[in-house]
Design a protein around this ligand. Structure first.
Ligand code: SAM
Length: 248
């Protein structure tokens, strides 16, 4: 059977497309894309004319079955999303699962991913992190999701929309307190790329200074508490316990 390639595409700067991505997209029989018009522009920018098929959240299950038939008939398929790595807050899971179950080879063509780009430049702990994807649109549900995250999972990373960022910051304060250190990564790899550091109040004030700052794409990161960091160090805890037991 053919191969399914999971191909990452740029999240802003078109120069971030990899050589392997170009080779793969040029050679496959089909490119499955979230939005064929949007991805058609990328392909024509790369000088690639590929047969395209739409695969989005609403038709994924159906389309996955059709794509599996093509793969089983020996045709190669590449999956791309509008930006970044497919399946990361983007369609593709049903297709990959189906291919795995059917014994079709699934091949990664790695590249841009907003959460990884944001995390590795934020200056927050990177040894452990917890990716939440998009938080719910409603405030109460958002607070519920944030409250349910256990301590000790490291830096929290969420995708957020410009429209909801201020409400989201208000909920972060409700759940984690006003002092928690945050980083907002905006417009990564684009002209107005920016990392804003500080408390929710500081970031909200920064957003309020200029309406243009509330636009664009963003990743919100929440630092782990110091307490949670210390929890990871059992030796320090043991020492503390010993000291405590010596106290009158
Ligand atoms: N699959 C993509 C990836 O690999 O990052 C993510 C797709 S998700 C539908 C879109 C969200 O990713 C945006 O709302 C934003 O939170 C984040 N994002 C994508 N591109 C970004 C960029 N250039 N700068 C900051 N955030 C970005």
């Amino acid at each position: 059977s053919g191969n399914l390639y999971i191909v990452a595409t740029p999240i802003g700067n078109l120069d971030d497309i990899s050589q392997r991505a170009i080779k793969t997209l040029s050679s496959v029989a089909w490119v499955a894309a979230e939005d064929t018009r949007h991805s058609g522009k990328l392909l024509s920018h790369l000088g690639i004319s590929a047969r395209m098929l739409a695969l989005h959240d609403h038709n994924e299950k159906q389309r996955a079955a059709a794509l599996l038939q093509k793969l089983q008939a020996g045709e190669d398929v590449a999956l791309i999303s509008d930006a970044g790595t497919p399946l990361i807050s983007d369609p593709g899971y049903s297709l990959v699962r189906l291919c795995r179950d059917a014994g079709v080879r699934v091949v990664p063509i790695p590249g841009p991913c907003a959460l990884i780009s944001a995390l590795c430049c934020a200056g927050l702990p990177t040894d452990k992190f917890h990716f939440i994807g998009f938080l719910p649109a409603k405030s109460q549900q958002r607070q519920n999701v944030l409250s349910a995250i256990p301590q000790g999972v490291g830096t929290l990373i969420c995708y957020e929309t410009a429209r909801r960022i201020k409400d989201c910051l208000a909920d972060v304060v409700k759940v984690f307190g006003a002092e928690r250190e945050l980083v907002l990564a905006k417009e990564l790899t684009k002209t107005f790329e920016n990392f804003v550091y500080g408390t929710a109040a500081h970031i909200t004030a920064w957003l309020n200074e200029d309406p243009a700052r509330c636009q664009g794409e963003m990743v919100l990161m929440i630092a782990p508490t110091l307490a949670a960091e210390e929890e990871i160090n059992p030796a320090a805890q043991q020492t503390l316990k010993l000291l405590m037991s010596e106290l009158p």
